[in-house]
Ligand binder design. Sequence first.
Ligand code: GDP
Ligand code: GDP
Length: 437
Amino acid sequence: MARPVVAIVGRPNVGKSTIFNRIIGDRLAIVEDKPGITRDRIYGVAEWNGKPFSIIDTGGIEIDGEDVILKSIRMQAELAIEEADVIVFMCDAKTGVTQADEEVAQILYRSGKPVVIAVNKVDNIERSDLIYEFYTFGFGDPIGVSGSHGTGVGDLLDAITDSLPELEDDEYDEDVIRVALIGRPNVGKSSLVNAILGEERVIVSDVAGTTRDAIDTPFERDGQRYVLIDTAGMRKRGKVYETTEKYSVMRAMRAIERADVVLIVINGEEGIIEQDKHIAGYAYEAGKASLFVVNKWDVVEKDDKTMRQFETKIRDHFLFMTYAPVVFLSAKTKQRLHKLLPVVQHVSQQHAMRVQTHLLNDVVSDAVAINPPPTDKGRRLRINYATQVAVKPPTMVVFVNDPELMHFSYERYLENKIRAAFNFEGTPIRIFTRHKS
Ligand code: GDP
Ligand code: GDP
């Protein structure tokens, strides 16, 4: 199920990052347990009232030139309108309504997207009267919050989740593999799309207007139906804004949410940089099947060890994604291109694979017999049974005497054993521990 995207916009210093951190705070700790996931957060996944959503703080987008602040908040707001399902318009009670707030509001009016207006820095009762001024924008009841104290954040989350749209999940038939290509500008995403579809195909025409029209490209190969997600966005991408990381991440978020399989495209000529990891981290967190595509392999000078060395580099950088296969190819010469779709099909099957409970339990029992869980303060974790409760990604629940006794390292050990038995190549797997004696 695609998660809706929530964007926080507003001028600098109103407290966007502070509120963003409050909202994703709890989740953060869990995610950062995984080695290699970056600490430099620009998006997060949250859940409130049983509704999951992704959230991005659009602040801090720097651009050069005059009127920098105005220009960048305008860009932020426009991006949020294109990419988000709900927009949180953040203002500041201490300063009251400013010219820059007016600018943002003007852009948001035109969007037709739901807007929740939050007024930050309402740190005490006396300040709660300051929110009334913000009715002037006409975005409904302003919600007073305090990033410093955490007050009002629950009300804000209520307002956000009330505004979330129901996202359609049945856009395509179940047997269609939805594929998203992500990666930095110039790694060769558009070229790869062209190469996959065949040169003569015109993929997209320009999309008019600021409102996003996602254009997907369906095709069929060897009896398997695929759809390339958001090929229009890919065309627009890479040109003006995309050098700013937050922009490219935000552009990629929706495509990733809608995909089954994410191709993380890397420029074989340049190698891997930090930014590649952010987007890959998102695909991991979103629970999507993934593979690495090392493009421009035609220009890489190689001998019989080059491929293995490059793969080792990928493994070192993407420790959280050891499950993802690597395909080396050239979109330009089409060298090795035929290797790609079979791998896409394979990881998609693995992503949707269901393991029978008795087989899973055999593996878990063997794992426990070989390496019993360590004791904690004299108490030992006892595993009663395990069962797979979901696919896409495969999700296991392990029932134990006390979930507190399940350590991250033991969970990882179980994951490794499960992978050794069933493979699950190209897909993350989730393991939850629940109490049942
Ligand atoms: P951003 O630029 O909109 O992301 O704003 P930040 O989150 O970086 O916050 C800007 C400044 O406002 C920082 O100095 C924060 O400590 C401060 N700040 C954030 N939230 C609150 C709040 O609720 N009350 C007060 N008094 N200050 C806050
Ligand atoms: P995007 O921004 O990721 O969509 O990248 P493009 O598809 O626009 O490609 C960026 C540049 O890399 C263009 O000049 C392409 O011709 C070039 N390019 C793409 N794929 C390859 C490849 O496999 N080999 C070589 N040598 N160049 C490539």
